[in-house]
Design a protein around this ligand. Structure first.
Ligand code: TRP
Length: 328
């Protein structure tokens, strides 16, 4: 089976944007591919973070992945820093990567602006670590959203450069683009993000989800109940596309355009569907939190399975670059 690798940062609360845009797609792939899904903690420390919360967030993120269906019988769930080969390969890749290419990366420029006081080398090197994440397992496919396409292209470039210099070693990984519509924040204008206070958390209790939905921005052209709306400009409609059944989606689409139903009724339908999908996940998270040994065992065996693959590839890499002594 072809191998898939993808990563998720343990930075803050996982929200429905992460779920629809990434995790739910990952689940669809586990039967057809040999999948490794990784909590990328080394990436998360390239920006300011709370040290006292980090371990909790790593475990919470891993727990959510498993609760969403990424179970150990179907795929590997691991934590990046538990497999030192990721950073070891990063160093070797650093030595075939021109600094100029990293300085041109969109995310580096954006984060550089946002974290002006802390433009550290790790932030610049972020794409190289990501390339190492993928290539240490010789993964051929990387399911990500639009915002990560440039990073996957970069990892292809790294594979090409390494192969050209040291001989054919790595595949050139391809993107599997998430086809999910991009859910905006409850303000309707910015990308959903915990730090912007516009996120619906995957673990938010139903009352909280309803409160956030009830007050969430809708199509701005619909000021009064009697105004016809424009679903294509409404973030609530985008959420319907992610959570509602096809007949409900066409129902709210048509009813909104003709002012047949109001925004609150539309949100109520969405809320019921969201609740129905999220409640079983939340129940599994609660159950796993009750037996902490369960996720720890999954991560231990995940790391062991990853290490078997990563160790072999690292051995091959050390040989190819000429630093493997005959006695090791
Ligand atoms: N940079 C990715 C993100 O922020 C996370 C990530 C790290 C990743 N390593 C990866 C994604 C390798 C895919 C493959 O979403």
């Amino acid at each position: 089976m072809d191998r898939i690798f993808s990563g998720i940062q343990p930075s803050g609360e996982i929200h429905i944007g992460n779920y629809v845009g990434a995790i739910r797609n990952w689940v669809k792939l586990i039967d057809r591919y040999d999948c490794i899904y990784c909590v990328v903690d080394y990436h998360a420390i390239t920006i300011e973070y709370d040290v006292t919360l980090m371990q909790k967030r790593i475990l919470e993120t891993a727990t959510i992945l498993v609760a969403c269906g990424l179970t150990p019988d179907k795929c590997i769930v691991s934590v990046q820093s538990h497999i030192p080969e990721h950073t070891e390969l990063t160093w070797i890749f650093n030595c075939v990567t021109p600094v100029g290419e990293l300085e041109r990366m969109t995310q580096f420029k954006e984060k550089g602006r946002r974290h002006r006081h802390n433009v550290n080398v790790g932030l610049l090197d972020y794409p190289v670590l990501q390339a190492a994440d993928i290539l240490i397992y010789k993964a051929g496919y990387v399911p990500v959203g639009e915002d990560q396409v440039q990073h996957v292209e970069f990892s292809r470039e790294v594979a090409r450069k390494f192969n050209a210099r040291f001989g054919k070693t790595f595949p050139e990984p391809q993107v599997i683009l998430s086809e999910a519509p991009r859910i905006m924040g409850t303000d309707g204008s910015a990308k959903m993000s915990k730090s912007l206070n516009n996120a619906i958390g995957l673990l938010d209790p139903p009352e909280m989800i309803w409160e956030k939905l009830r007050t969430a921005a809708t199509c701005e052209h619909r000021q009064r109940r009697t105004d016809p709306g424009h679903p294509e400009h409404c973030n609530i409609f985008t959420m319907h596309q992610a959570f509602s059944k096809p007949d409900q989606i066409s129902f709210v689409d048509q009813q909104c355009r003709t002012a047949g139903i109001g925004c609150i009724e539309c949100k109520e339908i969405l809320f019921r569907n969201m609740k129905e999908e999220l409640e079983p996940i939340q129940a599994r998270v609660r159950k796993m939190n009750g037996t902490p040994g369960y996720i720890i065992d999954i991560l231990k065996s995940g790391a062991a399975r990853c290490k078997t693959i990563a160790g072999e590839v690292m051995d091959e890499v050390r040989t190819k670059v000429g630093i493997k002594p005959s006695w090791l």
